[in-house]
Design a protein around this ligand. Structure first.
Ligand code: ADP
Length: 400
């Protein structure tokens, strides 16, 4: 019987999953899929590593399956489909590990209680990340579960990079810059070693440009600064999030527009960014194809803010050997990559336009003082890898 590790990434209306075979020292993807639109028009699909559909189900418009129903369907599918495999662990993407958790760890009831404390720090993500862990502890109590945090990779940043200039009494309550997308950065930093070992040992900025977008300064594999802060709304403009905002704007919204915290939350998380500026879409593909002036303004602002943050992160590093693009926009948008690289000419980036058109791994010319690469991210593999290591190490605790 083969050993396998499952990975879950639960969002507000979706549940993404993958299963990896443990093949000697390697992890090989065997199944991936998702349950989506869980409270509007739920659908489930699972495919094998080559994309062949293994299972599909649609519950129909208006059905409410919820996370619990989707998880039950997933567990039944895994039992049926992977009866020749032993599930040795389940790894979860958990957005917030707070100040306490700087590494992945096996979850027991005490850890779950501790992670519940961080719900106010990531109210739109953390509850959805934790719910499946509780459900699976009931459904599959014999299978150990591991939490992998988006914040962990950044927890060893220098204190000055984590601090806000707020009174100590507030900082002491955990109001710090945490940074997110850590699993993606960790994966890309590791993968860079086989692409450019010198840059991986030096100073790089990774640009994770997706619906959620952020950038991270990495020195010899270690995160030293990132654009996201206390929450995942800080830093770059994103699909629907505004990114960095003068806190004076929030006060103005409260005083002049009489908006309360929930209304402001909706504004800055769901109605801003590319969507808010363009008035057209949160999706970069749609914006690139649009003639609307708002679409151009949104892309201009996105690229401009990336350029500003790149300068800031290069300053935090004290130099720059390479930039690396990843995630949906970073891996696919020739336009955004070209404009970002051209704006970064002053930092020594010389774009090879043809390489960019071909989506080559190296986007910069051979003579470029600072290299530019595209490295597709793989957060699922990172979680599976952490899960395997945590379970193999003494960090394991018994499931509650
Ligand atoms: P998430 O944060 O949801 O994981 P992704 O990493 O999947 O997001 O990125 C989604 C973004 O990538 C969308 O804005 C989408 O338009 C963009 N994208 C995907 N493919 C392309 C493409 N070929 N050209 C431009 N943008 C693309």
């Amino acid at each position: 019987m083969k050993d396998a590790i499952a990975v879950l990434n639960a969002g507000s209306s979706s549940l993404k999953f993958s299963v990896f075979d443990v093949a000697g020292g390697a992890l090989e993807l065997c199944v991936r899929g998702q349950a989506e639109a869980l409270s509007t028009s739920p659908r489930f699909a699972a495919k094998d590593a080559s994309g062949v559909v293994l299972d599909e189900k649609a519950w129909g418009e208006g059905a409410t399956v919820g996370h619990a129903g989707a998880l039950d369907h997933l567990v039944a599918f895994l039992r049926r489909r992977l009866s020749d495999r032993r599930l040795t662990g389940i790894g979860h993407r958990v957005v917030h590990g707070g100040p306490e958790f700087a590494a992945p760890l096996r979850v027991d009831r005490g850890v779950l209680d501790a992670l519940d404390k961080y719900v106010p720090l990531a109210p739109l993500h953390q509850p959805h990340n934790l719910a499946p862990i509780r459900l699976l502890a009931e459904r599959l109590p014999q299978v150990p579960q591991v939490a992998c945090f988006d914040t962990a990779f950044h927890r060893r940043q220098p204190p000055v990079a984590q601090a806000f200039a707020l009174p100590k009494a507030i900082t002491d309550r955990g109001v710090l810059r945490y940074g997110f997308h850590g699993l993606s950065y960790e994966y890309v930093a590791g993968a860079l070693s086989s692409v450019d070992a010198k840059a991986a040992a030096g100073k790089t900025v990774v640009l994770h440009l997706g619906n959620g977008s952020s950038m991270c300064a990495i020195d010899a594999g270690q995160s030293v600064a990132s654009t996201m802060g206390f929450t995942a709304v800080d830093g770059l403009p994103m699909g629907t999030r505004c990114g960095s905002l003068d806190p004076g704007v929030v006060l103005w919204l409260m005083d002049e527009m009489k908006m309360d915290a929930r209304a402001i939350e909706k504004l800055v998380y769901q109605q801003s960014g590319l969507l808010g500026v363009s008035g057209v879409s949160s999706d970069m593909r749609t914006l690139e194809a649009s003639d609307a002036p708002g679409a151009k303004a949104a892309i201009d602002l996105y690229v401009y803010r990336i350029g500003r943050e790149l300068g800031s992160l290069a300053a935090a590093l004290g130099g720059l050997d390479a930039i690396v693009f990843t995630a949906g926009i970073g891996e696919n948008s020739r336009l955004v990559r070209e404009r970002v690289c051209r704006d970064a000419a002053w930092l020594g980036v010389e774009l090879d336009a043809d390489a960019n058109r071909r989506h080559a791994t190296r986007l910069s010319t051979p003579g470029s003082r600072t290299a530019a690469y595209v490295i597709p991210t793989n957060e699922e593999l990172m979680i599976a890898s952490h899960t395997r290591h945590v379970l193999a190490s003494g960090r394991a605790k018994d499931v509650a």
